[in-house]
Write a protein that binds this ligand. Structure first.
Ligand code: AMP
Length: 191
């Protein structure tokens, strides 16, 4: 299996670029945010639990998120690989992912990290709110909290992959196509 972590702050373009990558490399896109939103829509217990955290721009607790991720991954039989989008968001999640993938005799091959300035992120998220219908995109103080949570809890995950020589920074500013080509070029070097 060929597994990638697509990393970056909220609004960096992870979801958009994931669509391009799954088409080209025939991978499964696994976005923890999307799974939580589906659960909210279907009013499951998991959705009810996740909603209060998401509406405030806070992280859903690790234990809940890791359990959910494991059960999502095991839904697929013999995938070519996964693009993890929005996961891992803490070092505890990164460690749990390694242990879990090792139990499946696979691993993360690389982390591709989209880099975008904070001003650009805020602008993109406020614009996205008009089409996404996401309550956490519509409110500037929630957006600022998500970026602060990213800087505090999620950005340190880069070092986890850097230590394993799996981290690649990608300039996330430019047209969607330009950024896609940067991602393709990095993947094609290791695939
Ligand atoms: P996203 O769609 O990736 O922007 O995620 C939206 C929200 O879902 C986040 O602000 C968190 O509240 C929650 N969430 C998504 N992925 C995770 C994760 N790996 N760990 C904790 N919370 C998450």
């Amino acid at each position: 299996m060929f597994n990638i972590v697509l990393f970056g702050p909220p609004g960096a373009g992870k979801g958009t670029q994931s669509q391009r990558l799954i088409e080209k490399y025939d991978l499964v896109h696994l976005s923890t945010g999307d799974v939580f939103r589906d659960n909210i829509k279907n009013q499951t217990e998991l959705g009810k639990l996740a909603k209060s955290y998401m509406d405030a721009g806070r992280l859903v607790p690790d234990e809940v998120t890791i359990d959910m991720l494991r059960s999502e991954v095991t839904k697929y039989s013999a995938p070519k690989g996964f693009i993890f989008d929005g996961f891992p968001r803490t070092n505890a999640q990164a460690k749990a992912l390694d242990v879990f993938l090792a139990s499946l005799n696979t691993e993360i091959k690389l982390m591709l990290a989209l880099e975008v300035t904070e001003d650009e992120l805020k602008m993109r998220l406020l614009n996205r709110a008009e089409v996404s219908g996401r309550p956490d995109d519509a409110n500037i103080s929630v957006i600022e909290n998500r970026i602060a949570v990213y800087n505090r809890e999620t950005a340190p995950v880069k070092a986890y992959y850097e230590d394993k020589n799996k981290y690649i920074a990608i300039d996330g500013i430019g047209s969607i196509d330009e950024i896609t080509h940067r991602l393709f070029a990095s993947i094609d070097q290791v695939i």
